[in-house]
Write a protein that binds this ligand. Structure first.
Ligand code: UD1
Ligand code: CA
Length: 452
């Protein structure tokens, strides 16, 4: 069977109240139209054609290389949207599967089942029974149970409005039959639009589906949030079945691209995004967001950390409130404690930075101890410079390392030092004004002021 997928994505999305085209809004971290294109891609279609209009350039740019495009210049209804792809459809001999760009919840296997069941009919669509049919096109059947037509909410009689079987907006049509029916289309209806639903006539086949949640069409941000939650719930279930413990699956926020090994424990309100992988046995505490990063095995990521484009080696302890910015690489058994920020910083095995520190453009060896309040001064207002700290160095508290600078193997930097020159291996680096203690100074001073 020759298959072409047509995705309608030209609508205004007025109810989103935004300059962003509706189909580019993200549901669970991924633009809605991508779910539809991805589902379509798994069907072995010869062509995927997306009808664009509102925000056409943005949508086309976003989907470049994944589909071909037809432009609907004015949004005159779903029938007109399909007509915008008339050239494509006329030149194609086979089945056309019509999907909407604002329906991110449809599962690929549901589409496969539909195609199998509908293949022998010239015009078919998917229907579903819903609790609240308001706003949808109702499926009207005759006394023998066969389909007669679809009636839109605004055109329906009171009797018709009571029907709870609705049109999902997904169709499978013979290309020739679709074109023939579209050519005879008019816009004599309550909205003055060309309705795609008018291709459905007596004898059309309705494939009745079970799960209404799959067919949620997102028209506003309430429905967008609803769609995201459904997607997150599905991912939560998948990960739990794979051996991940979620303390509160209802507050699990995760992209479909994230990999999580078994025996990982995730506390409430954690965001896992993009190309992220969490290794076996790791625990992620509340309020943490991890994006495009790897957390290896048996790590502990405590509360409220932000980790982006970084690598955390096995057995490491991060946070609470640590910030790993892009290019942070921890080789393993590391500690990065509260209020520590890393950027393009490498840390060898066993090195620690437990409190209040900035390490930027730094190369740190193994078994290094970075004291509380250490700052790599990596920027002079124009350029960035590197700090190198070799294996086994001990950096005392409140030290500034003015880059470019290198501290050799096993050296010790005294607390409170501002290091501007390289420190050789095994040396003590110290820059401190000599301390004076003036005995009895305070009471003498108070006496002079006349205070107690
Ligand atoms: C449509 C169906 C309705 C069905 C419902 C399912 C019609 C007339 N009605 O109604 O029977 O129950 O979907 O969700 O088809 N679009 C264009 N160009 C246009 C108009 C729409 O590309 O000129 C696209 C939209 O971007 C959207 C899709 O078509 O992706 C559906 O349009 P929408 O206006 O949301 O249709 P509904 O009123 O929801
Ligand atoms: Ca809709």
């Amino acid at each position: 069977m020759n298959l072409m997928v047509l995705i309608l994505a030209a609508g205004k999305g007025t109810r989103m109240k935004s300059d962003t085209p509706k189909v580019l809004f993200k549901a669970a971290g991924k633009p809605m139209v991508d779910y539809v294109v991805d589902a379509a891609s798994g069907l072995g279609a010869e062509r995927i054609n997306v009808v664009i209009g509102n925000g056409a350039e943005l949508v086309q740019k976003h989907l470049a290389g994944k589909a071909e495009f037809s432009v609907q210049t004015a949004q005159r209804g779903t029938g007109d949207a399909v007509m915008a792809a008339a050239d494509s459809i006329s030149g194609f001999n086979g089945k056309v599967l019509i999907l909407c760009g604002d329906m991110p919840l449809v599962k690929p296997e549901t589409l496969k089942n539909f195609i199998e069941a509908a293949e022998k009919h010239p015009i078919s669509f998917m229907s579903v029974k819903v609790k609240n049919p308001f706003g949808y096109g109702r499926v009207i059947r005759g006394i023998d149970g066969s389909v007669i037509k679809i009636v839109e909410e605004k055109d329906a009689t009171e009797d018709e409005k009571r029907e709870d079987e609705i049109n999902t907006g997904i169709y499978l049509c013979d290309s020739k039959e679709l074109m023939a029916r579209l050519e005879g289309m008019d816009c004599n209806n309550a909205q003055g639009e060309y309705y795609l639903t008018d291709i459905v006539k007596k004898g059309s086949y309705a494939h009745l589906c079970k799960d209404e949640t799959e067919f949620l069409g997102v028209n506003n941000r309430v429905q967008l949030a609803e769609a995201s939650r459904v997607l997150w719930d599905r991912l939560a279930e998948k990960h739990m079945m794979n051996g991940v413990s979620l303390l509160d699956p209802k507050t699990f926020y995760c992209d479909g691209t994230v990999e999580i090994d078994n025996d990982v424990v995730i506390y409430p309100n954690v965001f896992l995004e993009g190309d992220t992988k969490i290794g076996r046995g790791s625990v992620i505490y509340s309020g943490t967001r991890i994006k495009d990063s790897v957390i290896a095995e048996n790590c502990e990521i405590k509360e409220n950390c932000l980790i982006t484009e970084s690598h955390v080696g096995a057995e490491s302890h991060i946070g609470p409130m640590a910030h790993l910015r892009p290019g942070s690489v921890l080789e393993g058994d590391n500690k990065v404690g509260n209020f520590v920020e890393l950027k393009k910083a490498k840390m060898g095995i066993g090195s620690k930075s437990s409190h209040l520190t900035y390490l930027g453009d730094a190369e740190i060896g193994k078994d290094v101890n970075i004291g509380c309040g250490t700052i790599t001064c990596n920027y002079d207002g124009y350029s960035k410079y590197k700090t190198i700290i070799e294996d086994g160095v001990f950096v005392g508290s409140d030290v500034q390392l003015v880059a470019p600078v290198k501290v050799g193997k096993g050296a010790l930097i005294a607390a409170g030092s501002t290091i501007t020159k390289d420190v050789p291996a095994d040396a003590l680096g110290i820059t401190r004004a000599k301390q004076q203690n003036m005995e009895g100074w305070v009471s003498a001073w108070k006496k002079k002021k006349g205070v107690e």
